[in-house]
Write a protein that binds this ligand. Structure first.
Ligand SMILES: Nc1nc2c(ncn2[C@@H]2O[C@H](COP(=O)(O)OP(=O)(O)OP(=O)(O)O)[C@@H](O)[C@H]2O)c(=O)[nH]1
Ligand SMILES: [Mg+2]
Length: 427
């Protein structure tokens, strides 16, 4: 975009592929999602094209005849850019651009563009820029100055109002610089996590498909005011807040970037620092939009990203959100399918207390019952008593003959860090 010009809303044509008749519904939902993404990037959708083909044409994706039709429709609807629902090869990108004569981007570039627009913190910006550069580099090789022909707007924006670097040599240098910076951030995050571990406060990570209501739930649980919106990928940078449980123990809840079907690999790799928060949590809450028509597909997409970031071993609770949007019938079906399903409405603060109870008992399950004797006149012992109250569940507290004896359920991973007297039993 030229300096001084008013940002104009780009007019977007969307193109998707139907691979076989049975896949029509799937392709349509995917295109709906692409429309949501295009809106989140600030575009207006003026044309939708769904083409049935067993597999993409290696040169023009749609085949030469359909590409000519697409070019004509774009002229008719005055589209500024065409967004393909699939990832395009560098060669396809080049050919289609020549045929259609408009800016062409694919789903991955669109997602990266949204992330670039949303990045606020230094860490977020670095991660997005790295993903963009890595995606761009092979697409410039052989394509000459393809990107400079794109002009401005969606697909050419770096994080924080910058314009993406398009010079191959400079991109390589920049990738090195950014990777080093990210590594530093990652180490720093690691140290912070280490400190939290030492303080022994358990961490619960909210994960889920974008727009599932993670931040809404986060705000209710932690009484915060983080940004909530119906747009996709509103949250980018992880945020961590404290929650006090009914039994006065504490835990930390983290909210982070949402996932999506076919989340670009470059993005997952670049967001490693952020996603390590999830892999390192004591418990994951998978927030599900219970009312989404393609709920199962979204759940699978989330599970795939979790595997990719090494979080599949972390204990997990599935939380069905937006249950206010279910009919009584749908609610019943969900409960038949999964009797233990937690149905909540974060928006209406409905079921959230039960969820917190479930989290508390789930974290408490992994405990060992221990008995302690303390000297209340000793400052260090008084600290230990306070720590027990914060992190363990105290069952008995008895003061007798100048001693304090306490029976408590201690989280297993803390057992070595509190001074034990006698084990009553192990659970
Ligand atoms: N009806 C209904 N809407 C909800 C509920 N929870 C959240 N929403 C709405 O869903 C939309 C997305 O909510 P967010 O909390 O921003 O979702 P998110 O998962 O954090 O999304 P991203 O950060 O963009 O990935 C907003 O418009 C919320 O008001 C709910 O329980 N019921
Ligand atoms: Mg959010």
């Amino acid at each position: 975009m030229r300096a001084g010009t008013v940002a104009h809303t780009e007019r977007a044509a969307l193109v998707g592929l139907i691979a076989g008749r049975a896949r029509r519904l799937e392709a349509e939902r995917s295109l709906d999602e692409l429309a949501g993404l295009a809106q989140a990037a600030g575009a207006r959708v003026v044309l939708r094209v769904l083409q049935e083909r067993p597999k993409p044409d290696p040169s023009t994706f749609l085949g030469s005849g359909k590409i000519a039709t697409l070019a004509a429709s774009c002229a008719e609807t005055d589209a500024d850019l065409v967004i393909f629902d699939n990832e395009l090869t560098p060669a396809q990108l080049k050919h289609i651009e020549e045929e259609v004569g408009r800016k062409i981007i694919d789903r991955t570039q669109l997602i990266l563009d949204i992330f670039a627009r949303r990045a606020r913190t230094r860490e977020g910006k670095l991660q997005v820029e790295l993903a963009q550069l890595k995606y761009l580099l092979p697409r410039l090789v052989g394509a000459g100055d393809a990107l400079s022909r794109l002009g401005g707007g969606i697909g050419t924006r770096g994080p924080g109002e910058t314009k993406l670097e398009t010079d191959r040599r400079r991109i390589r240098t920049r990738i090195h610089v950014v990777s080093d910076d990210i590594e530093q951030v990652r180490r720093r995050r690691g140290q912070l996590r280490e400190r939290r571990h030492k303080a022994s406060v358990p961490t619960v990570a909210l994960v889920g498909y974008t727009n599932a209501g993670k931040t809404t739930l986060f705000n209710v649980m932690t009484q915060s005011k983080a940004e909530v919106s119906d747009a996709l990928f509103v949250t980018l940078d992880p945020i961590v807040r404290q929650v006090r449980l009914p039994d006065s123990r504490e835990l930390l809840v983290s909210d982070t970037v949402g996932f999506i079907d076919r989340l670009p690999h470059a993005l997952v790799a670049a967001f490693r620092a952020t996603l390590e928060e999830v892999a390192d949590a004591d418990l994951i809450l998978h927030v599900i939009d219970a009312a989404a028509p393609d709920r199962d597909r979204r759940m699978t997409a989330v599970q795939q990203v979790m595997e990719e970031v090494g979080a599949s071993d972390v204990p997990l609770i599935e939380v069905y959100n937006k249950c206010d949007q279910l009919t009584p019938d749908e609610r019943r079906r969900l409960q038949d399918f999964d009797p233990a399903a937690l149905c909540i409405s974060a928006l209406h603060d409905d079921g959230v207390d039960e969820l917190v109870e479930t989290v508390a008992s789930r974290l408490a399950l992994d405990v060992r019952r221990m008995t302690f004797t303390f000297d209340p006149d000793d400052a260090a012992d008084r600290d230990r008593i306070a720590r027990l109250y914060r992190h363990a569940r105290v069952l008995v507290h008895e003061a007798r003959d100048g001693r304090v004896s306490i029976v408590a359920d201690v989280p297993r991973r803390l057992v070595n860090r509190v001074q034990p007297a006698t084990d009553v039993n192990s659970s």
